[in-house]
Design a protein around this ligand. Structure first.
Ligand SMILES: *Cc1c(COP(=O)(O)O)cnc(C)c1O
Length: 372
C-alpha cells in the first residue's frame, strides 16, 4: 500500500515521552526488583508495535508479550531485542519460525505440548496454567497433578516458565477480589511445587494485578503490563495512579465548512435535519478509520478546544459536525477525535465498551506519528 509519510487527513500522535513516564510511574509502585513484561500485542493496542517496542528497549525493557507469531516476527524484524513470548496459539506448521526467530511459545494444553514436541524439543516455551479464566492452560484445581504435568514437560522441552491470567483483577467488588485471590492461591500452590526447577519466568499479574495485588502476590516478580502502559484504565471504575496519562491523540482536519438553512438534511438516510440555520464542518475520517458508526448523532469532536457534536450518520470515510457555536472554523483546521478533552476511555464509556477496544479499533489506514 502506498502511504504518504505524513498524512494530514486522519492520524494519531503517540507521545513517547508519556510512554516513558507511564512506565516509570508504574514501576515505582511495584515491589523492589519486579520486572515488566511489556504487552505489545495487537500492534501495541493500536499504538504501533515496532516503534513502541524499540522505545521500550531503549528504556531498558527486554521482555515482551504478543498474541501470535506474525506479531512476534514483526517485532524481531524491526530489531526488538530480548525475549518475546507468544501468549496464544501457534499452528504446528509454523513451529519452525519459533526457532528461527527465537520466540517463546505458550503451551496452551497438554495435547499442544505433545504436538510441539513431536516436531521439536528446542522451542522455548512456557506453560499456561488455568486458575479460573477457563481459556487456555493446564487446570490448576489439582495442584499436585498440574505440577506433575509441568515437570514431565520440563524434562522433555525447553520450558522456561509458567504463568496464569487473572480474569477480574480490575473488578472493584468484594466478589471480584475473592475470585482473584482464589486464582492467585491456586497458582501459588502449583508454583511452589515447582520451585526446585528454578524456572526463570513465573508470572501471574496483568496491569490491574500489578496495581492492586502486587504486594500480596508471592509470584509477583513479573508484571505483564499492557493497558496502563498506554495510559488507559483496565476498568472504567478504577482510577490510574497520578501522572499516568494516555499516550495517544487521534486527529483529523476540517475539509469543508458549510452553511445550512433550517430544514435541510445532512448525510445518509437524512438522519439529521437542521432545526435552525447552522454551520457544519465535514471531516475526512469515518468508520473505515475505526471511528465507530455507533457514535452517529451522539458523539462529539473538539475544535479549538470546543465541543462540536456529530450530526447525521458517520460515513465510511467522512463525518459531519456542528460548528455553529465555534467561531471562524476553516478548511485545514485541526480536529481532536481522541485527546485530553475526550479520551479513549471517555469514548469507551459512550460506546459501552472498554478503552482497549477503542484504541485497537483505530484502523491501519490512520497514520501513526511518534513524538518525544
Ligand atoms: C492482554 C494480556 C495481558 C495484558 O493485559 P492488560 O490488562 O492490558 O495489562 C496480560 N496477560 C495476558 C495473558 C494477556 O492476554
Amino acid at each position: 500500500m502506498y502511504t504518504t509519510n505524513f498524512s494530514r487527513r486522519s492520524w494519531v500522535e503517540i507521545n513517547l515521552d508519556q510512554l516513558r513516564r507511564n512506565l516509570a510511574l508504574y514501576e515505582e509502585r511495584l515491589p523492589e526488583g519486579a520486572r515488566v513484561i511489556a504487552v505489545v500485542k495487537a500492534d501495541a493496542y493500536g499504538h504501533g508495535d515496532a516503534r513502541v517496542a524499540l522505545e521500550l528497549n531503549r528504556l531498558g525493557v527486554d521482555l515482551f508479550a504478543v498474541s501470535n507469531i506474525d506479531e512476534a516476527i514483526t517485532l524481531r524484524e524491526a530489531g526488538t531485542e530480548g525475549e518475546i513470548l507468544i501468549l496464544g496459539y501457534t499452528p504446528p506448521e509454523l513451529y519452525g519460525k519459533l526457532l528461527e526467530y527465537d520466540i517463546t511459545q505458550t503451551l496452551v494444553s497438554e495435547e499442544y505440548a505433545e504436538s510441539l514436541l513431536s516436531l521439536s524439543s528446542d522451542v522455548k516455551c512456557q506453560f499456561a496454567i488455568d486458575t479460573g479464566m477457563n481459556r487456555i492452560g493446564l487446570c490448576a484445581d489439582d495442584a499436585e497433578a498440574c505440577a506433575r504435568t509441568v515437570e514431565k514437560y520440563y524434562s522433555r522441552c525447553n520450558l522456561n516458565g509458567i504463568f496464569t491470567h487473572l480474569s477480574c483483577a480490575d473488578g472493584v467488588s468484594e466478589d471480584d477480589r475473592e475470585y482473584t485471590e482464589a486464582q492467585l492461591y491456586r497458582f501459588e500452590r502449583v508454583a511452589e511445587r515447582l520451585e526446585r526447577l528454578d524456572l526463570p519466568y513465573v508470572h501471574c499479574l496483568n496491569s490491574a494485578g500489578g496495581l492492586y495485588y502486587a504486594d500480596e502476590c508471592k509470584y509477583g516478580g513479573f508484571v505483564r503490563l499492557g493497558i496502563v502502559l498506554y495510559g488507559l484504565k483496565p476498568d472504567r471504575s478504577s482510577e490510574l495512579p497520578e501522572g499516568i496519562r494516555p499516550i495517544l491523540t487521534w486527529k483529523t482536519v476540517v475539509s469543508v465548512v458549510k452553511d445550512l438553512k433550517s430544514g435541510e438534511a445532512v448525510g445518509y438516510g437524512r438522519a439529521f435535519y437542521a432545526d435552525r440555520d447552522m454551520r457544519i464542518a465535514t471531516l475526512p475520517t469515518g468508520y473505515a478509520d475505526g471511528y465507530s458508526r455507533r457514535l452517529s448523532e451522539s458523539g462529539a469532536v473538539y475544535i479549538q478546544g470546543k465541543r462540536a457534536p456529530i450530526v447525521g450518520r458517520i460515513c465510511m470515510d467522512q463525518m459531519m459536525v456542528d460548528v455553529s457555536d465555534i467561531s471562524d472554523v476553516r478548511e485545514g483546521d485541526e480536529v481532536i477525535l481522541i485527546g485530553d478533552e475526550y479520551t479513549a476511555d471517555d469514548m469507551a464509556r459512550d460506546l459501552d465498551t472498554i478503552g482497549y477496544e477503542v484504541v485497537c479499533g483505530i484502523s491501519k489506514r490512520v497514520a501513526r506519528i511518534y513524538k518525544k
